[in-house]
Write a protein that binds this ligand. Structure first.
Ligand code: T5A
Length: 228
């Protein structure tokens, strides 16, 4: 695609979330996309959940250490919600309002999948927390990276080295298989927002698919369709 053909949309920035199981390559792809947007002279920030703001990073440390799990599923979900509230108010909304694109490593779909579909926190609680933390904010595009569980966990273990698996990496194989299915289901149910991408290929091939998703879902909305 000719990147000079990408016109900077006026007004609000675009919000892109990356979702998927452990080790699916979200951080790798976000970095590549940020570089490509910079080359196209689009202003973008990279952020993550849980975390992304000083307050939310403190909560990230708590939940990934497993301390939140000790409080039970509802309270652990409240911790994720508190982190999101701070992150959205102090980082995401201000950036979007200034016309900056936001690339976020995980967002509300992670709560729907990890705490909702797998953790069995009730839809009533999840909806109430969502109303408080994000209101009507939702990603313009969600990239769902899909890899077989064995590949994702092997990648995550290789990257981790000698460190212990975190709170969710330590769950059993069935948990991770259900996780993958739940993400595939979310992508199938919301095709206007979500693009499911096979992330088993090498990083550059996956990045090319991510770029195609942006072209089809975002650039087509904001500028004349760029050439392929
Ligand atoms: N969570 C989060 C909830 O339960 N509820 C919530 O609401 C939210 C927001 C966050 C955890 O919190 C949970 C979900 C998570 O379990 P985290 O540390 O941020 O934990 O971890 P993850 O988001 O799961 O991300 P990971 O760090 O495990 O993996 P990534 O970012 O998907 O993968 P990445 O890019 O770091 O790659 C992993 C390794 O694979 C290699 C990379 O070089 C790296 O070594 N790699 C590839 N190798 C071959 N081919 C490719 N295409 C590759 N892409 C990457």
């Amino acid at each position: 695609m000719d990147e000079t053909a990408v016109k900077r949309p006026s007004g609000r920035g675009r919000f892109i979330s990356f979702e998927g199981g452990e080790g699916s390559g979200k951080s790798t792809q976000i970095k590549k996309l940020a570089e490509r947007l910079a080359a196209a002279r689009l202003r973008a920030i990279v952020t993550r959940e849980p975390g992304g703001s000083p307050g939310a990073e403190i909560i990230r440390h708590l939940v990934l250490s497993g301390m939140g799990k000790l409080l039970g599923p509802d309270a652990e979900t409240l911790l994720f919600a508190a982190a999101r509230d701070d992150h959205v108010r102090s980082v995401i909304r201000p950036a979007l309002n200034q016309g900056t694109w936001v690339l976020c490593d995980r967002f509300s779909d992670s709560t729907r999948v990890y705490q909702g579909k797998l953790g069995q926190v009730s839809p009533g609680i999840l909806n109430a927390m969502q109303r408080v933390t994000i209101g009507d904010l939702k990603p313009d595009l969600t990239i769902v990276l899909d890899v077989p569980v064995e590949i994702g966990l092997t990648r995550a273990a290789a990257r981790r080295g000698d460190a212990a698996p975190d709170r969710f990496e330590a769950e059993d194989l069935k948990f991770h298989q259900d996780l993958r299915e739940a993400y595939r289901q979310i992508a199938a149910e919301d095709p206007r927002r979500c693009v499911l991408i096979d992330a088993t290929a090498d990083p550059d091939t996956v990045a090319a698919h991510v770029w195609t998703a942006l072209r089809d879902h975002l650039f087509a909305m904001t500028s004349p369709t760029p050439s392929a």
